[in-house]
Write a protein that binds this ligand. Sequence first.
Ligand code: ATP
Length: 553
Amino acid sequence: MNEPHCRTPGTALVVSRPRQLMRAVLLGALASGAGIALLGTAAWLLSRAAERPPILYLMVAIVAVRAFGIGKGVLRYTERLDSHDLALRLQTVLRLDTWRALTQSTWVGRHGGDLLSRLVNDVEAIQDLVVRVIVPVASAGLVAVATTTVITLLSPGAGLLLAVSVALAGVVMPWLAARLAARSIASLAPLRGELATVAAEASDAAPDLVAYGATDAVVARLAAVDTRLRRAEQRAAWASGLAGFGQTLAAGVAVLGGLLVGAVQVFAGVLSPVNLAVVVLTPLALHEVLATLPAAALAWHRSHSALGRVGEVLTAPTVGSPDNLSVVATDTSEVPPSIEIADLSAGWPGSAPAVVGLDLTVQAGEKAALVGPSGTGKTTVAATLLGLLPPVAGTAQARGRLGYLAQDAYLFDTTVAENVRIGRRDAGDTDIAKALARARVSMPLDRLVGIHGTQVSGGEARRIALARLLLGNADVLILDEPTEHLDAPTAAALVDDLWATTTDSGAAVLVITHDPTLAARCDRVVSLPNPPVSGTNAGLNQLPAHDTPPLAG
Ligand SMILES: Nc1ncnc2c1ncn2[C@@H]1O[C@H](COP(=O)(O)OP(=O)(O)OP(=O)(O)O)[C@@H](O)[C@H]1O
């Protein structure tokens, strides 16, 4: 079945399956109705049985009590199946849409590390929209109308009192709970995100914090966020407790009022004593159903804020997109691999371009070095070539099978072999071992690297990432600091191998580096000057390798 992949938040999906939603509401109403009817019929049966009629007069009621008792459970179970199915579908579509939106933009990078944990919580909170808000509220509304109608038919006065108590317990109290807890609920998800960020940061930075004796400050920060979160939760709990108290009062009014009004009617001879039990006890069961509504009102607030935040991500302007990759995958037996950058201005959203007016062509079999002081935009050029950033002006295009060695290449918490296999999913262990050997890694394939590669050295991590790249048989290579963290002999040997491989295959290679020795081994060096205050990169230099300028950083 095709789910709609709209870029509007998930309410559209709920509405897009109206039949399933209506079925869940109806089943919910029937389940609650069966519970209320069970109490009403049982009340009637007990009162009538006290009059000692022939047993046959009670048979229908006895069977009805059993049917309502069994039906209540079966109907509730089927309602849960239906509503959870709808909620999980909603979650799946939202997760996919959110993931797609995140992969198509630099949204995460621009909004801090808590965004991901907040988004996970938010998408989960949206599930409540169906399970805890729409279905319980709509089904409670239906049974409230039906029960009040039945009681009004038996005793108009008791029916009126019941209607007032329903309005109090089903509308006023949930509204009050939501109003009192609105601010705390809005702050819950951001606070949970903040707590997750501080905890993750504390764990990642643990060695530095211990070394600088800064653990107390981080623990204090954790405790402060935890305290704010606990207070917000307490305020929300207090509001729903108050609403629960109001609901109990409303239920008491319905029962005692029904007893008084009903008793008067019994004495007046307009209500049978048997029906008095029904008029008095049935409202109790109805109020049990209404008791879930303050929680529904709080869940609505939570889901509503969550939908707002997820919607913000879904409707954020796309910044960079793998779908718009500036890489043209071509059959390089017909068109040689190349990198072509013309009059490129590149930069990050919200900032002035880091690079202005860059022209650079790397032909097949050629190696060019992109150098320049730290922060001058070398990695930004690579991100633009990869299609992660749209060019601010000009063009940047890679033609061929692109391989990228990122400056901070990610290592997954698995084995060396699995980290390398990402370069080519169908590669066997022999190919992986060869790629590792070419990248000068001498580790068992099944060696675990730890979270973010924490169980290997910086140089080993770099070489594992390089092996991943080599496995992919790319013919356009962008290497961001390939010799970083390596000692001089290892770096030299690794570059020898890399050069031999890429020269044989006729690859176009762009090396981003601060290493003058590596830059000197390239055919050409393009130097990025410090970013201009205004105007263009007039000082952009293309020098032969032996004229490499002194590099900063
Ligand atoms: N994700 C990002 N969002 C916003 N700005 C960024 C981002 N990454 C880098 N920048 C900014 O863009 C500019 C260029 O950064 P870039 O990483 O391209 O420089 P670089 O020349 O590669 O530096 P280095 O040699 O230190 O790696 C810098 O001012 C940097 O602060």
